[in-house]
Design a binder for this molecule. Structure first.
Ligand code: NAD
Length: 278
């Protein structure tokens, strides 16, 4: 059974929209939740990490608009009752953001079957389970689902056999759900972030890898959680009312790139040329 982290009654306000954000206790998920709150939504945070979730709930200090539930998104027996509690507390669901994810970066021959299965179960299975659970509630008013994939789902890279495959499959799952749920007024889209400075990135990106990212991203930097939240909020908003089944890469231009950027950048820097004195 999913457990609420503290006693904080949700207030029924049928006209106020509701967003469910998985993996919302920290990082990109938390920034997404904060964006929805800033835009006047009520928010349900689903996360497996009880301690961080409780700390986040305390920090947000908004018990009327924030419902925090401990829940493993890969476990249907936990997700179903959690979504029932969201529907009971808030009366509606307008947006679902499938953000919860884990990263295990290992060479193919070192990746254990159990690790492969866990990454697929959380990153792909979690989105399947949560969308299936939320869709019947969302159908009442229409709504939007956004899946958080990754540049690793668009481009292959070393050490990402499980992670990259899970995110590539999530991009296709987005289209499958868009095809079926579009007919009942639910749009399903995907955001594929490039590197974003979060606890997950700190765990798996060494200093050398960080430098490589800077070299190969035209914008020359990591993204921020708030920039990813902006893309997600746009796709959930009325501004995106005819966008369905798409993947938006929020990656500083990483995915658009071919070979040679660092070399060419050293040879020709348009900003430096422009600044030359006449
Ligand atoms: P993070 O590790 O900081 O946060 C992930 C959150 O998901 C945590 O709160 C964690 O407890 C929760 N979570 C993990 N497994 C769960 C489960 N089974 N059930 C419920 N909650 C679970 O990660 P982040 O960097 O904020 O990443 C968020 C999403 O963005 C992930 O899907 C990740 O793959 C994706 N992403 C991140 C980056 C990056 O550079 N940080 C880049 C591309 C994509």
């Amino acid at each position: 059974m999913p457990s609420r982290t503290s006693h904080a009654p949700g207030v029924r306000r049928p006209d106020v929209p509701v967003a469910v954000v998985t993996g919302g206790a920290r990082g990109i998920g938390l920034a997404i939740a904060e964006r929805f709150l800033a835009e006047g939504h009520r928010v349900a945070l689903l996360d497996i990490d009880r301690k961080t979730l409780r700390a986040t709930e305390r920090r947000l200090r908004d018990p009327d608009r924030v419902l925090a539930l401990v829940c493993d998104v890969s476990n249907q027996e936990q997700v179903k009752p959690a979504i029932r509690r969201v529907a009971k507390a808030f009366g509606r669901i307008d947006a679902l953001v499938n953000n919860a994810g884990i990263a295990i970066f290992k060479p193919v021959h070192e990746t254990k079957l159990a690790e492969w299965q866990r990454v697929l179960a959380v990153n792909l299975g979690g989105a399947f389970i949560c969308t299936q659970a939320c869709a019947p509630v969302m159908m009442k008013n229409g709504g939007a689902v956004v899946n958080i994939a990754s540049i690793s789902g668009l481009r292959a890279s070393t050490l990402r056999v499980a992670y990259g495959t899970s995110k590539a499959a999530l991009i296709h799952l987005t289209k499958q759900y868009a095809a079926e749920l579009g007919t009942v007024g639910i749009r399903v889209n995907c955001v594929a972030p490039g590197p974003v400075d979060t606890a997950m990135a700190k765990l798996v990106h060494s200093v050398a890898i960080r430098q490589d990212y800077y070299d190969t991203i035209p914008l020359n930097r990591y993204g921020t959680p708030e920039e990813i939240a902006a893309a997600v909020f746009f796709l959930c908003s009325h501004e995106a009312s005819y966008i369905n089944g798409q993947t938006l890469a929020a990656d500083g231009g990483f995915e658009a790139l071919g070979v040679g950027l660092p070399t060419l950048r050293n040879q020709f820097n348009p900003m430096r040329e422009r600044r030359k004195p006449k």
